[in-house]
Write a protein that binds this ligand. Structure first.
Ligand code: DGL
Length: 268
C-alpha cells in the first residue's frame, strides 16, 4: 500500500484521480487542489515552478506521499523537472498533452491542441512538438477562460458552448481531425466539445495513460489491473472553502461517492 499525492490548481486533476481510484484501489490518496491560486494557466513559469516545489514538499513531508502525480499539464510543463531534481527519493509522475497518441490517431496529420497559455508557451511542450516528424501540423488553441467556467459551482453549458463557439469555431473543423485535450479540466466537458466539433473529430486525453504509468510503478510485476483486498483512503486538501470544493468535486465525480471524504483547509 502506498500513499499517493495528486495535485492540480483545482478540480482538473480529479479527472485523473477518478481513473486511479477505480483501477488502483487499496492505496491512500491525497488530493491537493490549489484553489486559492486557480487558474495556473495565466501565471508565469517561475511562479508555477516555485508553487510546484512547495506543494510537492508539503505532500511529502506532511502527508508521507512517496509518489506524486502532477495531475496538471501546466505544472508538469513548468515544474516537473525541478520537482524531480529537488526530491530524488520521490517518484514524480506528470501529465502532458497527448501529442504522441494523437499522431497515431490522425488521418490528416493535422492536430489541434487545446491547452492553457502557460502550457502552450512552455519550453517542455514546444520541445515535444519539435520532436515530432516535420510533416505534422499543429494548431495551438489557448483555453484562456475555460478553466474558470469548469470551476463554476454548477456547470453552465450555455456559457461553455458560447466559449467554444468563439474560441474553437466550427470552421476549424477542416483544419484538424484530432484535438488534444491538453488540460486535466477539459475531460469534464468532453461531451460538449465533441458535440460542438462533431463526431468526425477525435478527442485525445491522457488521464488513462498516467494511471497506466502509476500502475506500472506501484505493481511492477502485475499484468493489468487487479482489485486489492486492502481498504484505501482518500483525503482532499484545498486552500479556499473546503465545503464548496467538495460539492463541486462530487458533481464531477459521479462514479466516486465522496460522502465519507475528509476535506482539510490547507494553509499553504
Ligand atoms: N488543470 C490544469 C492543467 O492541466 C491547470 C489549469 C489551470 O489552472 O489553468 O493544465
Amino acid at each position: 500500500m502506498s500513499t499517493i499525492g495528486f495535485f492540480d490548481s483545482g478540480l482538473g486533476g480529479l479527472s485523473v484521480l477518478e481513473v486511479a481510484l477505480s483501477q488502483l484501489p487499496g492505496h491512500d490518496y491525497v488530493y491537493l487542489a490549489d484553489t486559492a491560486n486557480n487558474p495556473y494557466g495565466e501565471k508565469d513559469g517561475p511562479w508555477i515552478k516555485a508553487r510546484g516545489l512547495l506543494i510537492a514538499e508539503h505532500l511529502s513531508r506532511a502527508h508521507g506521499c512517496e509518489v506524486i502525480v502532477v495531475a496538471c499539464n501546466t505544472a508538469t510543463a513548468e515544474a516537473i523537472q525541478d520537482i524531480r531534481a529537488h526530491f530524488p527519493a520521490l517518484r514524480i509522475i506528470g501529465i502532458e498533452p497527448g501529442v504522441k497518441p494523437a499522431s497515431l490517431q490522425t488521418q490528416t496529420k493535422r492536430i489541434g491542441i487545446l491547452a492553457t497559455k502557460a502550457t502552450l508557451e512552455s519550453k517542455k511542450f514546444n520541445a515535444l512538438l519539435a520532436s515530432m516528424p516535420a510533416d505534422f501540423e499543429f494548431f495551438k488553441i489557448p483555453g484562456t477562460g475555460l478553466v474558470e467556467l469548469i470551476e463554476e459551482p454548477t456547470r453552465n453549458d450555455q456559457l461553455i458552448r458560447a466559449w467554444l463557439m468563439s474560441n474553437l469555431p466550427p470552421t476549424r473543423e477542416c483544419a484538424y481531425d484530432t484535438l488534444v485535450l491538453g488540460c486535466t479540466h477539459y475531460p469534464f466537458i468532453k461531451d460538449l466539445i465533441q458535440s460542438h466539433l462533431g463526431p468526425s473529430i477525435a478527442l485525445i486525453d491522457t488521464g488513462q495513460a498516467v494511471v497506466n504509468h502509476l500502475a506500472r510503478h506501484l505493481h511492477p510485476q502485475q499484468q493489468g489491473f487487479q482489485t486489492s483486498p486492502q481498504q484505501g483512503s482518500l483525503q482532499i486538501l484545498c486552500n479556499i472553502d473546503p465545503n464548496l470544493f467538495l460539492s463541486k468535486a462530487q458533481k464531477l465525480l459521479q462514479r466516486t461517492p465522496l460522502s465519507n471524504v475528509e476535506v482539510q483547509l490547507l494553509a499553504l
